[in-house]
Design a protein around this ligand. Structure first.
Ligand code: NAP
Length: 271
């Protein structure tokens, strides 16, 4: 994708399932990358031989920095910002990709775990935007690509902190877009459905009555990231990668009887 050629892009959660695809596809498009995750890892190892083989010969020179940062804390977000500034480069695009999940009933997931999900998936995005976006507004350019989820528009039982955080990210992204779009800073939000990445093996609490989703429903992370990057390059605000994400997007509009949303509808009718 020519759009990314020469752009400096910060990717959070860079060594995860989607992260490694962002790295490979962006390097293949000529981007310069600043990678961040909890701890630095060997990139060749993260990519594996399949992805590494497809990269341009000079790919290592295109990694500007690798910055370990725990985004669950304000200090971690600040550290990431300070170290990005030390590279002397202006960040053209931030991909807010880091995220965690826990599975279980709301009563079974400990309060600290609920707060951890919110701190990484939502508060960190607010903190990083507060640090990075003023510079983008001043320059009159920049782009934010948020990785939300179908759980960001369908209230999802047995993953309540996660669904709250992903609704929050969608809300933050849309409202901030309303404030900054005239300054030239672009926004895209991607809503993946189920994809084969390590987050699917997230810790479970109690004995939630959730069954494992059949593999048939799962998307390939390579496909999800390709759609996300293509959508952002076209400045699409809401990106639903694949059939199931798109189906759910329309389902909540035309058939609002999904999960807990059924009772919301009944209340509206009764009032
Ligand atoms: N896979 C799906 O089905 C799916 C669907 C919808 C949305 N998403 C979203 O996609 C994004 C990427 O997830 P993924 O599927 O690629 O899962 P993943 O492989 O678990 O990637 C998540 C990344 O976030 C990092 N991370 C965790 N805690 C962090 C912290 N405190 N500070 C900084 N980074 C931290 C993880 O690092 P460690 O591995 O070192 O913990 C990992 O690299 C997430 O926002 C997720 O919610 C995924």
């Amino acid at each position: 994708m020519k759009y990314y050629d020469g752009k400096t892009i910060l990717v959070t959660g860079a060594y995860g399932g989607f992260g490694r695809q962002f790295i490979a596809q962006l390097l293949g498009s000529g981007a310069l990358l600043i990678l961040s995750d909890v701890a630095v890892r060997d990139i060749a190892d993260v990519l594996g031989p399949d992805l590494a083989r497809k990269l341009p010969a000079d790919w290592k020179n295109r990694i500007i920095a690798e910055i370990p940062a725990d985004l669950s804390t304000g200090d971690g977000c600040r550290e990431l910002y300070d170290r990005c500034m030390k590279t002397g480069r202006e960040i053209d695009i931030i991909i807010h990709n880091a995220g965690i999940a826990f599975v279980g009933t709301f009563m079974d997931i400990p309060a600290e775990s609920c707060e951890k999900v919110l701190s990484i998936n939502l508060t960190a995005v607010m903190r990083l935007n507060k640090l990075f976006v003023p510079g983008m507004i001043k320059r009159g350019s920049g782009q934010l690509l948020y990785v939300s989820s179908v759980a960001g528009f369908v209230s999802t039982p047995f993953a309540i902190p996660y669904t709250v955080s992903k609704f929050g990210v969608r809300s933050l992204a849309m409202a901030l877009h309303g404030e900054i779009k005239k300054s030239g800073v672009k926004t895209s939000i991607v809503y993946p459905f189920w994809a084969r990445t390590p987050i699917m093996k997230s810790q479970r609490f109690g004995d939630p009555p959730t069954r494992t989703m059949p593999d048939f429903f799962a998307s390939d992370p390579e496909f999800v990231v390709r759609r996300a990057l293509k959508g952002a390059a076209r400045n699409v605000l809401h990106i639903c990668p694949g059939f199931f994400a798109t189906f759910m997007w329309y389902a909540v509009r035309f058939w609002p009887i999904i999960a807990e949303q059924r009772s919301m509808r009944e209340e509206l009718i009764n009032n």
